[in-house]
Design a protein around this ligand. Structure first.
Ligand code: HEM
Length: 197
């Protein structure tokens, strides 16, 4: 058992070093070949195979979103998401948002996505507002849909429940976030669509 883990660790170290070298040799950020080789790495590396059917998330995504709720004015935002892995069977997640018009920073959050072989998934997220979430749900490997429902919302004065649905369609990652507060039942708060950069 220990031997197998050691073996995997060696393979992981070599492949991530190779990826880093490719990055250094190919400086152009938007270079198509670099993106393809990174995607190939994500698809073939043994470390990402453990992450199974949600390894398509790995990388950096950028796009625009719309927010609203019955009790607030609607707003538009720019968002960047990053999903990365260290070789362990979880994905590290970071999110940042900015006001669409002014570029002023808005909400940010980060966490860990932990897919299980049985098609269930557990996600923990801490938000810049201090709110923390434990989300549980399912992933559909063929449809590339991940559905999350809060099991715990902590350190929140208003929020009682949060749902998040992510979909990958035609290389576009979109999501919808709904929330329930002490005054309002479950309603949409955020909707965004992102492309890999
Ligand atoms: C799951 C993630 C989020 C939760 C749980 C959340 C929660 C909330 C809550 C409880 C409110 C107040 C609603 C009310 O007063 O009835 C709110 C308002 C607002 N949220 Fe979010 N939010 C989330 C993500 C975001 C993101 C990503 C952005 C920006 C891109 C954002 C921007 C805003 C804005 C602009 C308002 C209205 C102004 C304000 O009260 O500050 N929220 N949100």
């Amino acid at each position: 058992m220990v031997g197998i883990e050691k073996g995997n660790a060696l393979v992981l170290e070599r492949t991530t070093t190779q990826a880093r070298n490719q990055e250094e040799e190919e400086p152009a950020a938007g270079d198509r070949r670099w993106k393809v080789s990174l995607l190939q790495h994500h698809r073939t590396c043994p470390c990402t195979q453990q992450l199974g059917p949600i390894s398509y998330l790995l990388g950096t995504w950028k796009g625009q979103g719309e927010g609203g709720f019955p009790t607030i004015n609607s707003f538009s935002y720019v968002e960047q998401l990053n999903f990365s892995h260290s070789g362990k069977p979880f994905i590290a997640y970071t999110q940042k948002t900015w006001k669409l018009n002014s570029g002023e920073p808005m909400h940010a959050e980060s966490g860990f996505w932990r897919p299980k072989p049985d098609g269930s998934i557990e996600v923990v997220i801490s938000q810049s507002t201090g709110l923390v979430e434990v989300q549980k749900g399912t992933y559909d490997a063929e449809e590339k849909v991940i559905k999350l429902q809060s099991e715990l919302v902590g350190n929140a004065s208003k929020v009682k429940e949060i749902t998040r649905v992510f979909k990958l369609v035609d290389e576009e990652l979109s999501y919808e976030v709904q929330m329930a507060t002490n005054l309002t039942s479950l309603q949409p708060h955020l909707k965004a669509s992102l492309k890999r950069i």
